[in-house]
Design a protein around this ligand. Structure first.
Ligand SMILES: Nc1ncnc2c1ncn2[C@@H]1O[C@H](COP(=O)(O)OP(=O)(O)O)[C@@H](O)[C@H]1O
Ligand SMILES: [Mg+2]
Length: 320
């Protein structure tokens, strides 16, 4: 699974299915929506999709929407004509024009401002755009790849994301599992990053350290793992031991990581206190259960609940 500088490391069955489904659509132009927590590899997937598509030789333009100032967004994406603003001394092509015949990757699409959504939709539907301050339409042929860390349906329900745009970008949804839901990838990723950061040194990870690394919740997913390995290899001599690992991994605050993972609670900011605690409780139960591979006794123990109380709570939330 390697194309140019792009290396996607995985041995997880679900991940392989996702990559196979991407390989199957390499001769289509369908819009893809990548869904996943920060650091799961959304950008890497977007590159993989482009590099394995029939547009591979054409441009691949990445746009980080969270990092772009809102007032510049429209002209960055769609360009502007000379004189469109007082500061627009020259005409400028937008990122859509630069991506012509290739693919554009709109990262953090959940941050896309409502007031520009109808324009984006129009460009996607019509295959042409008008620069800011422009009169003429310019044809653009661009394949769209987007990424989000939160469920866009929630934003649609809250009327901050247009449903028609949502359907237009969500033709092929791909949910990339969090690292804690594919722990079988942790050892091979560690191996990969060790080779990347210290190619000339033979460095192993002892068993106790490996167990802690595999058990940790990884709220920052592969990006966090990569950064931890980059730091740890500097001081490790021959083998990485548990005492070389950062505190949060040695002490395993997995419950804290579970709370961080609850994005739904973060989005629904007009909920009542009861709705919020209900959502937190449900998430806590599901994630703890998942963390212990469905073992109720262990999950109850970690939460400090008796098995019967734990069962009652699962029932209340309809969790299997
Ligand atoms: N399966 C993987 N194999 C190798 N490196 C990975 C993998 N997934 C993610 N990475 C690396 O982890 C970091 C974060 O990935 P990125 O695609 O930027 O995540 P996201 O866009 O979801 O936040 C990058 O350095 C990326 O190269
Ligand atoms: Mg990213």
């Amino acid at each position: 699974m390697q194309a140019e500088s792009l290396t996607m490391i995985t041995q997880n069955a679900r991940m392989r299915e996702l990559l196979e489904s991407i390989d199957l659509m390499n001769d289509t132009d369908s819009s893809v929506l990548l869904i996943g927590e920060t650091g799961v590899g959304k950008e890497l997937f977007a590159e993989y999709i482009h590099r394995t598509s029939r547009r591979a030789a054409e441009p691949f333009v990445k746009v980080g929407l969270a990092a772009l100032p809102r007032d510049l967004l429209e002209s960055e994406l769609f360009g502007h004509e000379r004189g469109a603003y007082t500061s627009a001394h020259n005409e400028k092509k937008g990122l859509f024009e630069l991506a012509n015949h290739g693919s554009i990757f709109l990262d953090d699409i959940d941050d896309f401002p409502l007031e520009l959504q109808s324009k984006l939709l129009r460009v996607l539907e019509s295959g042409e755009l008008m620069r800011v301050g422009g009169q003429k339409t310019i044809p653009v042929d661009v394949r769209l790849i987007t990424a989000t860390k939160i469920d866009l349906k929630l934003l649609v329900e809250k009327s901050i994301f247009r449903p028609d745009l949502y359907y237009r970008i969500n033709v092929v949804p791909i949910s990339i599992p969090s690292l804690r839901d594919r722990r079988d990838d942790i050892p091979i990723l560690i191996d990969h990053f060790i080779k990347r950061f210290v190619p000339d040194r033979k460095l192993s990870v002892d068993e106790e350290a490996m167990n802690a690394l595999v058990a940790y919740g990884w709220p920052g997913n592969v990006r966090e793992l990569r950064n931890v390995i980059q730091r740890v290899v500097i001081f490790a001599n021959g083998a990485v031991r548990k005492e070389n690992l950062p505190n949060e991994i040695r002490e395993d605050h997995s419950l804290q990581n579970i709370m961080k993972a609850c994005t739904k609670c973060l989005v629904e900011n007009d909920w009542t206190f009861e709705q919020l605690t209900d959502c937190l409780e449900m998430n806590l139960l599901t994630q703890t259960l998942k963390f212990h591979d469905g073992n109720r006794t262990q999950a109850a123990k970690q939460l400090g609940l008796s098995l019967s109380t734990f069962r009652d709570k699962l029932k209340k939330h309809g969790i299997d």
